[in-house]
Design a protein around this ligand. Structure first.
Ligand code: IVH
Length: 679
C-alpha cells in the first residue's frame, strides 16, 4: 500500500503514536507471556494490535523489525541459511547416579583447591531444569532481537531468526538498565506438552504421522522454511546462558539469570543455588516428582558452578565444559503384560506391529498400546503374546516396549510372525529392509483411507469437513474409493449418511469444491508420495511448475534439483510411472482439480499476499467463485481462520468461523464491503 504523503509535523505525531502503541503491546506481551498475568482482555489487546497494524500499513516506512506486528510476516525461505555461533555451543556431560555426581564434585573441588567435603559450602552450583528441547543461540543488538540460530554441530547451525521471532514469550525488545550493545544468549526452544498433544491429535486425525515427542515436534516447527507454520505451533523458549556480552561482566550464573529477567526475558523459576551434594540430589528428586505436572518436558537437571570466574578457570574439554553437568532422570518405565500383537497398515502400506497391553499408568498417561516398530525389533526383543514387558515413555508420548522379562514367561508362547498377506486387503506383503509393505496400493482400504485423510488434511488440500470419521463413513458406504471419487459426491449421497443434514452436506461439498484450486505444491504433497513432504514438494514444484512436466521427468532431472536426494527422486518417478496413479491423476484433473503453481513473484496485484476466508452464503456469487476473484487480484482463500487471516468475508448465516474471527480480531467484511474491495 502506498504511504500517504505526510508533512513533518504529522509524521512525528504518527511516529509517536506508533511507538506508544508498540510500547503498550510489548508491556502486555510481557505481562501475558512472561509473567502469565494478563493486563487487559483479549479483545482490548486485539484492538491495540489492529490499530498498530492499520497505522503501519498506511506508513510502511515506519515499520521496524522489533514491532510486535513483525512476529509473523517473513516470507517462506528456500532453505535455512547457515548460522555461525559467536562461541562454540558446548554439550554437557551426562551423569546418571548420585555416585557420578559425587565424583564430579570431588574432581572440581580438587582442581580448584577446595575442601574435599561436598557438604562445605565453599563451592556452589546453580541448578536448573534440563529442558528437553532444541538448543538455540539468540542475539540481541542494542536491546533489539536480531538473530537466532540452532545449535547444529556446535560451531555452525541453521539460521531460524524469523521462526524464533514468532515465539511470543521472547521479547523482541529488551528494556531496563545497562543492556549490552551485543548480547548472545543460549536457550532452549520447547513445545508445550498440551500443545504437543493437541498437535499430535490433529495429525493423527488427518492421517499424518504424529511426532514421537515434544522435542521432535519443536524441532520440526522451528526448522520450517515458512515462519507462518512456526507461528501456529505452541512453542516456548527458555534462555539460560550467557555466550557473549559487550562490556557486561556478571560474576555469577545467578546474576546472569536475574539480570536477564530484569530486562524482560522470561527465566525459568525452578532454579536453585545449591551448596552441597545433598541439595543437588534433593533438587533432582524434587523435579523428578514434579516433571509430570510441568507443561514442558524436562529430562534431568543441569548443575553449573555458579562463579563465572571459576568456570573460566576450570575450562572445557573438547565438547563439554568442566564446570557443568547434566544429571539425567530415569526414563519413565512401567511393567505390564502383552495381551496381543496386531499389525497396522499405514498410508504408504507399511505394516507396523503393535503390542496390545494390559493398561498401565506411565508417568500420568494410561498406556494400552505400544509400537514394536518392525520385525527386526520384535526379533531382537523376542517379544511374544503373554510376555511381561517394560514399557517406556522417555519423554516420548508414543510408548514403546523396551524390555521383555523372559524369565517370567509361562509355557511356550508362539513366536510372532509378520503376515504374508495384508491383514486389511489380502495383497501380498513384501519386505524392504526392516519394513514390511502391503503391495495393494490404492486397492488396500487401509492405505486408501489414510491417503484420502492425508489428501484432505490442512497442509495438503485443506478440505474443510473431511476428517477421519467422515472418510471412514464414505469408504464404508462405498461412496469413495480414492481421492478422485470425492469430486463425484452428490448432496443426495451425503444426506443418506448418518449425522448428515443439509448444512453439513453443503459444507462438505463446498470444502471439496474450494479445494480444487490449491497451490500445486500442496496438491503434490497431498498425493502422499513416499518421501515427498511439504518442503520437498515445494522444491519439486518450483522446478517443474506443472504436473504434466513432472509426469515426463527423468530420474536424472529430478535428482538434479537441489535438496532432492536419489531416494526421493526414485519415489517420485516411480509414482508417475505407475499406471494406477496415472489413471487416478487423469481422473483428478478431469474432475476439475486444477492446482496452480505459485511462482514467488506472482503474488502481485492489489490484494497481494492477503488471506481471505469465506463463511456463510454470499448472494452474488458462490464461494469458489469468490475465491477465484480474490486469487485473480493476488490474494488467496484459506479454509480456516487464524491470526494470519487478513479478512473474513461473512455472508448470510455464517458458521463458527465468524465467531473465531471475531475473537482473534480478524477484520470482518460483509458482502457489500467485499464487493467494493474487489472493485
Ligand atoms: S547449559 C556449556 N542449561 O542440554 C553449557 N543446557 O545435553 C551447556 N540443555 O545441548 C548448556 N537445559 O541444549 C544448559 N538449563 C540448561 C539446559 C541445557 C537443556 C541442553 C542443551 C545442551 C544439552 C546437553
Amino acid at each position: 500500500m502506498p504511504s500517504d504523503a505526510v508533512d513533518g509535523e504529522q509524521s512525528r505525531t504518527i511516529r509517536k503514536k506508533i511507538e506508544s502503541l508498540r510500547e503498550e503491546i510489548r508491556r502486555h506481551d510481557f505481562l501475558y507471556y512472561v509473567q502469565s498475568r494478563p493486563g487487559i482482555s483479549d479483545a482490548q489487546y486485539d484492538a491495540l494490535f489492529r490499530e498498530l497494524k492499520g497505522l503501519e500499513e498506511k506508513h510502511p516506512e515506519l515499520v521496524t523489525p522489533d514491532s510486535p506486528t513483525q512476529r509473523v510476516g517473513g516470507a517462506p525461505a528456500d532453505f535455512l541459511p547457515k548460522f555461525k555461533h559467536r562461541v562454540p555451543l558446548l554439550s554437557l556431560e551426562s551423569l546418571f547416579t548420585r555416585e557420578d555426581v559425587e565424583a564430579f564434585d570431588k574432581r572440581i573441588r580438587k582442581e580448584t583447591n577446595r575442601s574435599d567435603r561436598s557438604d562445605q559450602s565453599d563451592l556452589s552450583y546453580l541448578v536448573e531444569p534440563k529442558f528437553d528441547g532444541l538448543s538455540v543461540e539468540v542475539v540481541y543488538r542494542n536491546g533489539v532481537f536480531h538473530q537466532a540460530g540452532t545449535r547444529g554441530d556446535g560451531e555452525t547451525g541453521e539460521e531460524v531468526t524469523q521462526n524464533v521471532k514468532t515465539i511470543k514469550s521472547l521479547p523482541l525488545k529488551l528494556s531496563g538498565k545497562d543492556i549490552p550493545k551485543e548480547l548472545h544468549l543460549r536457550g532452549e526452544v520447547v513445545m508445550t506438552v498440551k500443545g504437543f498433544e493437541a498437535l499430535n491429535k490433529k495429525l493423527i486425525e488427518e492421517g499424518e504421522e504424529p511426532f514421537a515427542n515434544p522435542r521432535n515436534a519443536a524441532s520440526g516447527a522451528l526448522r520450517q522454511l515458512d515462519p507462518r507454520i512456526t507461528a501456529n505451533r505452541p512453542l516456548d523458549i527458555y534462555l539460560y546462558g550467557l555466550l557473549y556480552a559487550d562490556g557486561w561482566k556478571p560474576k555469577t550464573q545467578k546474576e546472569v539469570l536475574e539480570t536477564l529477567s530484569s530486562w524482560g526475558i522470561r527465566i525459568n523459576l525452578l532454579r536453585k543455588k545449591c551448596g552441597s551434594l545433598e541439595e543437588i540430589c534433593d533438587f533432582h528428586a524434587d523435579l523428578y516428582e514434579k516433571r509430570d505436572r510441568l507443561d514442558y518436558e524436562i529430562d534431568g537437571i543441569v548443575a553449573k558452578v555458579d562463579d563465572l570466574e571459576l568456570q573460566e578457570s576450570l575450562g572445557a574439554r573438547a565438547r563439554s565444559p568442566r564446570w557443568a553437568f547434566a544429571y539425567k532422570f530415569e526414563p519413565r518405565k512401567e511393567i505390564t503384560r502383552v495381551e496381543d500383537i496386531v499389525v497396522q497398515v499405514g498410508r504408504q502400506g507399511t505394516l507396523t506391529p503393535v503390542a496390545i497391553l494390559k493398561p498401565v499408568d506411565v508417568g500420568g498417561v494410561t498406556v494400552s498400546r505400544a509400537t514394536l516398530h518392525n520385525w527386526d525389533i520384535i526379533q531382537k526383543l523376542d517379544v511374544r503374546v503373554g510376555d511381561e514387558v517394560r514399557v517406556a515413555r522417555a519423554g516420548d508420548v508414543i510408548p514403546e516396549v523396551v524390555e521383555v522379562n523372559h524369565k517370567a514367561r509361562k509355557g511356550h508362547p508362539r513366536e510372532f510372525e509378520m503376515p504374508l498377506r495384508c491383514p486389511v486387503c489380502g495383497s501380498k506383503v513384501i519386505r524392504e529392509g526392516a519394513f514390511h509393505l502391503c503391495t495393494g496400493g490404492a486397492a488396500c482400504r487401509a492405505q486408501m483411507k489414510w491417503s484420502i485423510i492425508h489428501y484432505a488434511s490442512r497442509n495438503a488440500m485443506d478440505i474443510e469437513g473431511l476428517g477421519r470419521e467422515t472418510v471412514d463413513l464414505l469408504i464404508e458406504k462405498n461412496l469413495v474409493q480414492n481421492m478422485a471419487d470425492l469430486y463425484m459426491l452428490k448432496k443426495t449421497d451425503l444426506l443418506a449418511l448418518p449425522g448428515f443434514k443439509e448444512k453439513k452436506a453443503q459444507n462438505l461439498l463446498d470444502g471439496i469444491e474450494g479445494g480444487k484450486k490449491r497451490p500445486l505444491s500442496r496438491f503434490l504433497y497431498g498425493l502422499g508420495i513416499r518421501h515427498v513432504g511439504e518442503q520437498i514438494a515445494r522444491l519439486i514444484c518450483d522446478h517443474f511448475g506443472s504436473i504434466e512436466k513432472m509426469e515426463m521427468a527423468s530420474l536424472e532431472e529430478v535428482q538434479n534439483i537441489g535438496g532432492v536426494g536419489p531416494e526421493i527422486a526414485r519415489s517420485l518417478v516411480d509414482y508417475f510411472r505407475d499406471a494406477r496413479n496415472q489413471k487416478r491423476m487423469d481422473l483428478l484433473l478431469k474432475r476439475g482439480v486444477t492446482p496452480q503453481h505459485e511462482t514467488k513473484q506472482k503474488s502481485t496485484g492489489p490484494l497481494a499476499g492477503k488471506a481471505f476466508l469465506f463463511t456463510g452464503e454470499l448472494e452474488s456469487m458462490s464461494r469458489p467463485e469468490a475465491s477465484r476473484k480474490v486469487e485473480a487480484l493476488g490474494g488467496h482463500a484459506t479454509g480456516s481462520v487464524s491470526k494470519n487471516t487478513d479478512y473474513v468475508v461473512a455472508g448470510a448465516n455464517p458458521g463458527s468461523k465468524y465467531d473465531k474471527a471475531r475473537k482473534l480480531g480478524v477484520k470482518i467484511l460483509d458482502e457489500k464491503e467485499f464487493l467494493k474491495m474487489l472493485q
